[in-house]
Design a protein around this ligand. Sequence first.
Ligand SMILES: Cc1cc2nc3c(=O)[nH]c(=O)nc-3n(C[C@H](O)[C@H](O)[C@H](O)COP(=O)(O)OP(=O)(O)OC[C@H]3O[C@@H](n4cnc5c(N)ncnc54)[C@H](O)[C@@H]3O)c2cc1C
Length: 467
Amino acid sequence: MSSSTDLGRPDPDPTVAPTRDGRPVSDRGDTVCVIGAGASGLTAVKNLREAGFGVDCYERETGVGGAWNWRHDRSPVYASTHLISSRPFTQFPDFPMPDDWPDYPHHAQLLSYFERYADHFDLRQHVWFGTEVVRVEPVEGDRWDVTTRSTGGYGPERTSRYAAVVLANGHNWSPKLPRYEGLEQFRGEVMHASSYKDPAQLRGKRVLVVGAGNTGCDIAVEAAQQASRCWHATRRGYWYAPKYVFGRPADQVNDTLLALRVPLRVRQWLYHWTLRLTVGDLTRFGLPRPDHRVYETHPIANSQLVYYVGHGEITPVPDIARFGDRTVELTDGREIDPELVVFATGYLPRFEFLEGKVLGDADGSGRPRLWLNAFAAGHPTMAVVGLVQPDSGIFPISHWQSVLFARLLTLRTARPDRAAAFGRRVAAGVGERYSGKVKDSTRHWFEVGHADYLRALQRALHDLEGK
Ligand SMILES: Cc1cc2nc3c(=O)[nH]c(=O)nc-3n(C[C@H](O)[C@H](O)[C@H](O)COP(=O)(O)OP(=O)(O)OC[C@H]3O[C@@H](n4cnc5c(N)ncnc54)[C@H](O)[C@@H]3O)c2cc1C
């Protein structure tokens, strides 16, 4: 593929342009399409531009920042959301967050960071805001027809043909809702955490929070301070890690151990030992004993949950058995009477604009089968960026994924032999994991250990460069 600096977007010429179902298709030549202008889409635009590609980025919202722009209708962040991963492990490698920011910045700071990133690298001119992608279809020659329309379905659809496509549409916006007997009859208020924005929604109510992910724990802690009663239902026991260990953000301590190549068993032992020294045996608080070792589920970083359980402001309870009219029966037979149930039960990935089989989702489960969580077999001009759940920040991973993809696209013309070898590696490596043993649930589909994952990415980049 040759490089292009063509930023204009000519109207399709029906006499020369290809058509699709009788409609004209605007041929965008060597231009790459990026879907989404959150952290992952922005870094993809930047890295593709730096490699010399023309880029059209489509963003359904009217601003950058994706999930971190809480005015966006699909943003999952709430008023009190702060980073869970610490600042140095979250920032882009070539654009540090200000030194005087806290270890765990607030979501408003994150949004200002993305706005500055977009301005610094002059990215907005490549973004079509208020435009959603409704279809992405592979066409001959490893090219892609991308159909867009104004967000909300106003105006006509337009189809443009691209040399390559980056899917950076995020995976934290489509709520995963569990099914429970009797839920439809329950007369209390029910919401998914995606609609939770402000502690005022909890004030003075009897609240049941379901789910022990980072969001579930945050909401339970807010309910402990605002609600008249808070129950926290979890299916199993978890390890609740403090955000600070030895005076440092916990992920920084973990990273030092990983850099020193301390074996998993020893890290697990150290972690257990640290917990024993601080909060001690969690079952003392009525919390269930974890049925797995640490690092086998996504880490929950929350210093306050155990504190509020210890103060009697959060009552840990087991899973829900069924809903009654105004009550909830728990699996241990107890009955409680919440007025509000908040399902903090996570999100599922959704690529509603693309046939599942393109991403290797052969069984229709919605789970893409990719190599490096980014590349689909048989589609050398497509990359998914940001489809990871690391034990650190996502942004550096999205950065290096898009650097790798830009390099791959460049080498497709400069060194087709290496690009072909990369394609064979994709086919052989689909489904590889980059974390130790993890629980097999939708919650852990995209779990990666950042050190292992970044090493694998670096190896792929070196192989591509013939180093
Ligand atoms: C409560 C909470 C706390 C978190 N804490 C951390 C943390 O501490 N560290 C961390 O690294 N991550 C954290 N995350 C994960 C967070 O999702 C990522 O930080 C980051 O938002 C991922 O960026 P992204 O660009 O991949 O996806 P998003 O931020 O979701 O951006 C995707 C963009 O694509 C757009 N889009 C989607 N579909 C279309 C379409 N069809 N057409 C056009 N545009 C489309 C969306 O509008 C959006 O702007 C947290 C998430 C939550 C919910």
